[in-house]
Ligand binder design. Structure first.
Ligand code: PLP
Length: 230
């Protein structure tokens, strides 16, 4: 028989780690949000987190989220859902009614589509701009040197509610350098929110100023290997 993942226990353990990391640098734990990343996990595995009182979740694919979340959100109406994966412009119309926060704003065309869809639907989402701090060719996000200009464009030209920056550091590099860089870019742009840190490095991210960590595996257990893009 397979062992059941103790999702409530894992949530408590992750919170305890956040608490400990925050204390070590004199930050308060309640300044940090925990986005529970439920991508690839079926409703039955998300429900224990909701039952345990958790209300903040992240998904990386619009279609998958559209299949799982309307029902769960109806049942737990104070749930907030973050999009943490790439957003194609042809899915913006589906994403805007479903998500509460878009963490992966990374190009002018997407900013334009988001602004228009929000107008049409009478809904305003908070957005994070994704920064490709490692300048990795395969990764989404604006380059660090383009970030200031893009933040300004999103605010002024598109009137979007930009609240912060998000990054995914390169796998084989010291993440703290990337967290520090993201914090610097946010500060000089007057942005107060930093979405950084995953299962492998969220305590470090908290110590470098994360206001939001995105944790999947440490809460829900391992995911199946990545399947081809849907
Ligand atoms: C999957 C994912 C996470 C969570 O990763 P874990 O290592 O499972 O905690 C965080 N952020 C993004 C953007 C992701 O795609």
């Amino acid at each position: 028989m397979m062992m059941q993942t103790d999702i409530a226990g894992n949530l408590a353990a992750v919170w305890a780690e956040i608490d400990k990391a925050a204390k070590e640098v004199g930050r308060q734990r309640d300044l940090v949000d925990l986005v529970a990343v439920s991508k690839t996990k079926p409703e039955a595995e998300i429900r224990p987190a909701l039952t345990a009182g958790h209300r903040l979740f992240g998904e990386n694919r619009v279609h998958e989220a559209a299949e799982k979340w309307p029902r769960l959100k109806a049942e737990f109406p104070d749930t907030r859902l973050h999009l943490i994966g790439p957003l194609q412009t042809n899915k913006v119309g589906l994403a805007v009614p479903l998500f509460d926060v878009i963490e992966t704003l990374d190009r002018p065309k997407l900013a334009r589509y988001l602004a228009r869809a929000q107008d049409d639907l009478g809904r305003s989402l908070d957005c994070y701009i994704q920064v490709n701090t490692g300048a990795e060719p395969q990764k989404a996000g604006v380059l660090p040197e383009e970030a200031d200009g893009f933040v300004a464009a999103c605010r002024v030209e598109y009137g979007l509610s930009v609240v912060g920056l998000m990054c995914i550091p390169p796998q084989d590099e010291e993440p703290s350098l990337h967290f520090a860089l993201l914090a610097r870019i946010a500060e000089r742009n007057g942005l107060s929110r930093l979405s950084m840190g995953m299962s492998g490095d969220y305590p470090v991210a908290v110590q470098f100023g994360a206001t939001s960590v995105r944790v999947g595996t440490a809460i829900f257990g391992a995911r199946p290997p990545i399947s081809p893009k849907s």
